[in-house]
Design a protein around this ligand. Structure first.
Ligand code: BDR
Ligand code: CA
Length: 331
């Protein structure tokens, strides 16, 4: 268990536990998201599945096990998921996350191994076993979600809520000028997931680029003495170097941790309801996510809508994140 457990506002206040079914491509910011969730009161990670993306899916599963072990969550099953996107070749992002996906720290092998069941099947099975209970938190490409929707057409009615880190609806992308990385890694799966008609919250670059770790916040993490804090600091070095080479500043965005935060406490953000489509055929814009403009320009189309996070309380989120990862409460 993380050394410090901090109360998660939504779940804590209602006295309920938020039951998270995680889908991830662990990855540096995925690892931070897992450690953050592990340190929140009122949150239970029921199971995790890996997907291609930052690293190949089998390595993503091992990294997920590594991080869960560090957090003391030795009973969370981890399934290996889709090895490649639905309609394009596999592309991974070691230049961002390191050859090992964890900033090249070459952390020891975890004690446990992934379970035999594929991740998409695990989503379907758990959703059937616990109807209306689970919050599906997807912080990697959406291939497993797409597959699970094909396996079980009733899935949208079996989940409590779906929270996706992905897309850039009203701003530029980060993988290309138009596409955010998780959507760009599998645009067809993203189009399936965004049109499924389930209660989906999209935590895209629209808000994750508003949340960064820099200056005093980095210093606070660097000073952390807990095992979790030291691990977070060590994996962050590669991520920070990548950001510095790109932005020329010592900082990074907290994409996946913010999605985790919003999955637990929706009051962190403000939302706009709109259908969101993924550009699948654009010669230069494949993977772009586009929503509608306000109703007076785009009358309601009757298509399934999602909730796009458009504004976030960045200060409150970063404070809560540091409370868990650095184990220190604000004075
Ligand atoms: C997303 O892409 C990945 O590199 C990160 O882990 C995050 O899920 C941000 O665009
Ligand atoms: Ca990720």
């Amino acid at each position: 268990m993380c050394e410090s457990r901090v109360n998660a506002p939504d779940a804590g206040q209602r006295g309920e536990t938020t039951r998270i079914l995680l889908d991830c491509d662990t990855g540096i910011d995925d690892a931070l998201a897992i450690l953050y969730l592990a340190g929140l009161e009122g949150v239970s990670i029921v199971a995790a599945g890996s997907v291609h993306g930052n690293v190949p899916a089998p390595l993503g599963a091992l990294n997920t096990l590594r991080v869960l072990e560090l957090a003391g969550l030795d009973d969370v099953p981890v399934a290996v998921g889709a090895a490649r996107p639905m309609a394009q070749p596999l592309q991974t992002a070691e230049f961002v996350h390191g050859e090992d996906g964890l900033g090249n720290i070459h952390w020891p092998m975890p004690r446990r191994r992934p379970s035999a069941e594929p991740a998409a099947q695990q989503i379907v099975r758990l959703a059937r076993e616990q109807p209306g209970e689970l919050v599906l938190l997807a912080i990697g490409p959406l291939t497993n979600l797409g597959l699970a929707l094909l396996l079980e057409p009733e899935l949208p009615r079996l989940l409590r809520r779906v929270v996706v880190m992905g897309g850039a609806v009203y701003r530029a992308g980060n993988a290309t000028a138009d596409a955010e990385a998780n959507v760009w890694h599998d645009p067809e799966a993203a189009e399936l997931a965004l049109g499924a008609g389930w209660p989906l919250t999209l935590v895209g670059l629209d808000v994750t680029m508003q949340v960064s770790l820099a200056g005093d916040a980095l210093a606070e993490l660097q000073a952390a003495s807990s095992a979790v804090g030291r691990f977070a600091w060590s994996i962050l070095q590669h991520y920070l170097a990548f950001y510095e080479s790109y932005y020329g500043a010592r900082m990074c965005h907290l994409h996946d941790p913010l999605a985790a935060g919003i999955a637990v406490d929706s009051s962190l953000a403000r939302y706009r309801r709109t259908p969101v489509h993924v550009e699948l055929r654009g010669e230069r814009t494949r993977g772009a996510t586009r929503g509608s403009l306000p109703w007076w320009l785009n009358p309601p189309s009757g298509e399934p809508e999602v909730e796009v996070a458009v504004e976030v309380d960045a200060e409150r989120f970063v404070r809560g994140f540091l409370d868990v990862l650095a184990g220190a409460r604000a004075p």
